[in-house]
Design a protein around this ligand. Structure first.
Ligand SMILES: NC(=O)c1cc2c(N)ncc(C(N)=O)c2s1
Length: 322
């Protein structure tokens, strides 16, 4: 095969593998048999081995890369990752809603209501559509650079759907360990006489902060994306629009998000999830309410710590795992 044919075939294989990764890991709806998928990957690995100059950082073969690092580098988030004020009951919610409507001079308000995942908050930076950096939230301003670890999470796209990719976009989400994976991991650790993780959040945090990405890759982590930080080259009018765009770009966005325009509807929704959350294959500790229109978010602004346009409604902690 001539080099330019190899380059063309490698790019064709990458797109095909990316498509199937998206179907399998993001949509949970594969359209190819595992054996056929493995054949595609083997062909790409063979091509990249024969023509090493073909290897690109965003090739699906480069997910579990690099030697273990000595330590973690810290990075500054271009836009701070704020924490959320909490609401624990109907009175707290009514206070939040009143403050929002007062701040907006009684304009109509739509709330986007999303599940609140009990995992590790991370920020993914894409430049010209390619994943260039991943970091933990840290203290909201400075986080730990964990790009190689995040690249092992197969539902994280290494490049965005072209065209339409902005120059820079920081995407926020929560890395978590599904309940099933957590139970299996602790079983293995018990058999190996290792200390057990207390809960899926600790297991996710411990798995993400591995200096060896090969270990992270074994831990079956996953991610939900739910926010956008700094952007250059794209503007959204509503948070719900940003979520839809994330889904179109191939990100894993949670299907239980809803939009309501009255507090009564929000409260009915929160009551539904008070018990329904235990049926989910991942842990949530509440739900998050966000004012949908971004111009209204701007007008409400933030305190030093938290946005005035969002609140986390928390359920009482789950009974300790028996
Ligand atoms: N600190 C924050 O801003 C957030 C934290 C979380 C979280 N742990 N889970 C879900 C969401 C969400 N759906 O927006 C948010 S937002």
């Amino acid at each position: 095969m001539k080099p330019e044919e190899a380059r063309a075939r490698a790019e064709e294989l990458r797109r095909e593998i990316e498509y199937h990764d998206h179907r399998y890991y993001v949509l949970d709806d594969p359209v190819i048999e595992d054996a056929e998928y493995d054949r595609l990957v083997r062909e790409l690995v063979a091509l990249e081995t024969a023509y090493p100059e073909l290897v690109t950082p965003d090739s699906p073969t480069q997910r579990v890369g690099g030697r273990p690092r000595e330590g973690f580098v810290t990075v500054q988030h271009r836009a701070p990752m704020l924490s959320l004020a909490n609401a624990f009951n109907a009175a707290d919610l009514a206070d939040f809603d009143r403050r929002v409507r007062t701040g907006l001079a009684d304009e109509d308000v739509d709330y986007v209501v999303e599940l609140k995942f009990d995992g590790v908050a991370v920020s993914l930076t894409y430049e010209h559509g390619r994943l260039v950096r991943g970091a933990t939230r840290g203290d909201g301003v400075t986080g730990e650079e964990i790009t190689p670890n995040l690249r092992t999470i197969r539902s994280i796209p290494l490049r965005l759907r072209q065209p339409g990719a902005p120059n820079v976009i920081e995407v926020r989400g929560e890395v978590y360990m599904p309940k099933e994976a957590f139970a299996r991991l602790n079983e293995r650790r018990e058999d190996a006489g290792l200390p057990l993780f207390a809960n899926p959040r600790n297991a996710a945090a411990g798995s993400l902060r591995q200096l060896d990405p090969g270990i992270t890759a074994e831990r079956k982590l996953d991610i939900w994306l739910y926010g956008i930080g700094y952007t250059d080259g794209i503007v959204f009018g509503r948070h719900s629009e940003a979520l839809a765009w994330l889904g179109e770009q191939g990100f894993r966005v949670n299907p239980h998000t809803r939009i309501f325009s009255t507090l009564e509807e929000v409260e009915r929704h929160l009551e539904h999830w008070r018990e329904a959350r235990f049926e989910l294959p991942y842990v949530i500790d509440g739900l998050v309410l966000k004012v949908d229109r971004l111009d209204q978010q701007e007008r409400l602004g933030t305190t030093l710590k938290s946005p005035r346009w969002a609140v986390a409604y928390k359920y009482p902690p789950e009974q300790a795992e028996t």
